[in-house]
Design a protein around this ligand. Structure first.
Ligand code: PMP
Length: 410
């Protein structure tokens, strides 16, 4: 079946071996893509190829294998640079993931960039990983954390944002897309306003990279972070993009091998970018794998992916709205392919357990975004998040499953 956007969904699904299995005797329906995505064969093969042919430590060895491993890792950095349209390869730092990237910036800023009375702005829509590091930084420095409030539909209150910005604002750190509600934030406007106030901007792109093209130069964003495991790549790897002049000035995160120019007991000097922020032996296999994941996405076309997923989102929204007791949580105008909802007074956990018995994997709970749940006064939601390998038939399965949930629990 070739879909209206011109790519063959069955051929795509064949690339993901995990999808072709039964769970509890039923065909697996995997709708937990916002938590982590599945891996295409090329990404799986990349790990096998690495360990069976070129496994060796990078950047240090003169021997053949070390050079091959180094070349493969650095070629992957180039792919990330091209994918993000970063101006320089030195602006691409390999991290452990989104959380690690945010902590890297928070830690660096804590070493002299932020002082008591300075202000950091986050939003009511953040994942805990874009809340807690800033709370820790504020505790450490005496800086003040300000929060952009949200509206009932899950969008940010931009008037309030404008009012929060002032000469004390040093950083605005916001997600590009909310993992709990799917809201696509108006990041161009957010960045433009922050820059007018001389504040830096960090975007948490964990939920954006899987669905859309991100051009860091066009955004003019100062820092951008995301995770490999959400873009069909390996776990334990992520990317921090930062403007070269900022990363140059930012103090290093961790000390150790790889990140130094010279070490003596009197004085250590640091390596240049990107190595200054890559202490220790990296997750080499995953550094290489993330490049293959991007190749795979580009072979389908990021725009094709986004368009197809919007079709899935529209289809699912329409089907789910037929439930009389459906309550959508988060109804922003611009949304990624993710639906958070409640069904009457059924507890999300109970619904999740029954759906699992039917082979359907959804996420239930607070999605590491407890302040959002508090805003709506709910314990959590059921979240179905779609990737480009999902189908309308699978959404029909979810609908059937939810009818069963209603029958059993109402
Ligand atoms: N931010 C957002 C918006 C996320 O969705 C996630 C993962 N759920 C994270 C940050 C944290 O990502 P990781 O666990 O890969 O570091």
């Amino acid at each position: 079946m070739t879909n209206s956007k011109g790519f063959n969904i069955q051929e795509i699904r064949k690339q993901f071996p995990i999808l072709n299995q039964k769970v509890n005797g039923r065909d697996l329906v995997y709708f937990d893509n916002a938590a982590t995505s599945q891996k295409p064969q090329v990404v799986i093969d990349s790990a096998t190829h690495y360990y069976s042919t070129i496994n060796s430590n990078v950047h240090r060895g003169v021997h053949h294998l070390s050079q091959l491993a180094t070349d493969a890792m650095e070629a992957s950095r180039d792919k990330v640079q091209r994918h993000l349209n970063a101006a320089k390869r030195e602006e691409i730092i390999f991290t452990k993931g989104t959380t690690d990237g945010i902590n890297l910036i928070a830690s660096g800023m804590g070493k002299g960039w932020i002082k008591a009375g300075d202000e950091i702005i986050i939003s009511a829509l953040e994942h805990h990983s874009n809340i807690v590091p800033w709370q820790m930084l504020c505790e450490q420095t005496g800086a003040i954390l300000k929060v952009i409030p949200m509206l009932e539909n899950g969008e940010l209150d931009l008037d309030q944002y404008s009012a929060l910005l002032n000469s004390k604002t040093k950083l605005v750190s916001i997600n590009h897309i909310s993992n709990a509600l799917g809201t696509i934030n108006p990041v161009h406007k957010i960045i433009e306003e922050a820059h007018k106030a001389q504040a830096l901007v960090l975007l948490d792109g964990a939920q954006a990279l899987p669905h859309m093209r991100v051009d860091v130069q066009e955004l003019d964003v100062d820092f951008y972070v995301f995770s490999g495991h959400k873009i069909f790549g390996p776990t334990g790897i992520g990317i921090l993009y930062g403007k070269e002049d900022l990363l140059d000035k930012l103090p290093p995160y961790q000390g150790g091998g790889e990140m130094i120019k010279s070490v003596s007991f009197e004085k250590t000097t640091y390596a240049g970018l990107p190595h200054k922020f890559e202490a220790g032996t990296p997750n080499i296999e995953a550094c290489i794998g993330i490049g293959h994941a991007l190749d795979f996405m580009n072979s389908i076309g990021v725009e094709n992916i986004g368009n197809y997923e919007q079709e899935l989102l529209n289809y699912a929204s329409q089907k789910l709205s037929q439930f009389e007791k459906m309550r959508f949580i988060g109804t922003a105008k611009n949304k990624a392919s993710l639906i958070s909802f409640l069904l009457g007074d059924i507890h999300p956990y109970d619904a999740g357990v029954i759906l699992d018995k039917l082979g359907i994997a959804v996420r239930t709970g607070h999605h590491c975004a407890q302040p959002i749940m508090d805003f709506y006064s709910i314990p959590g939601t059921i979240r179905a998040s779609f990737a480009f390998y999902n189908t309308k038939e699978e959404i029909d399965q979810l609908v059937k499953g939810l009818k069963k949930v209603e029958m059993m629990l109402s």
